[in-house]
Design a binder for this molecule. Structure first.
Ligand code: AMP
Length: 112
């Protein structure tokens, strides 16, 4: 699980993405197959394959990803109505891209 992924290519600008936010630690872009009117992915610039591979040294980075999701939800105008933040872990958790990412999605009722 140490191979590079499509997200490395997005970080390197080798393939396009609809980028909504970037700083020194994270990049956020629109999911290519959105499951809601707003569906962003927040990824660290440093590649960590799965949440299982994160260590205590990644604590601030993981917190920054969460706060970035909340900020982007506010900017998208969905914070008050509500939204979902989700990280899939490994095959059983639905992870397809092995570079950790937070899904932030909303803009429709998410009852399930
Ligand atoms: P996961 O199943 O949690 O690993 O989620 C991977 C997500 O990446 C899926 O929601 C895909 O739609 C999304 N995705 C895959 N390739 C791209 C891409 N090139 N640009 C934007 N999103 C992508």
């Amino acid at each position: 699980m140490s191979e590079t992924t499509i997200f490395d290519k997005i970080l390197a600008r080798e393939i396009p993405a609809d980028i909504v936010y970037e700083d020194d630690q994270v990049l956020a872009f629109k999911d290519i197959a959105p499951r809601a009117p707003v569906h962003y992915l927040i990824i660290p610039k440093q590649r960590i394959a799965t949440l299982n591979d994160a260590t205590p040294t990644d604590q601030a980075l993981l917190g920054h990803m969460m706060l970035t999701a909340a900020q982007l939800a506010r900017e998208a105008g969905i914070a008050e109505d509500g939204y979902r933040v989700q990280m899939n872990v490994n095959k059983g958790g639905g992870q397809v891209v092995y570079h950790i990412h937070l899904h932030m999605f909303g803009g429709r009722p998410l009852a399930e």
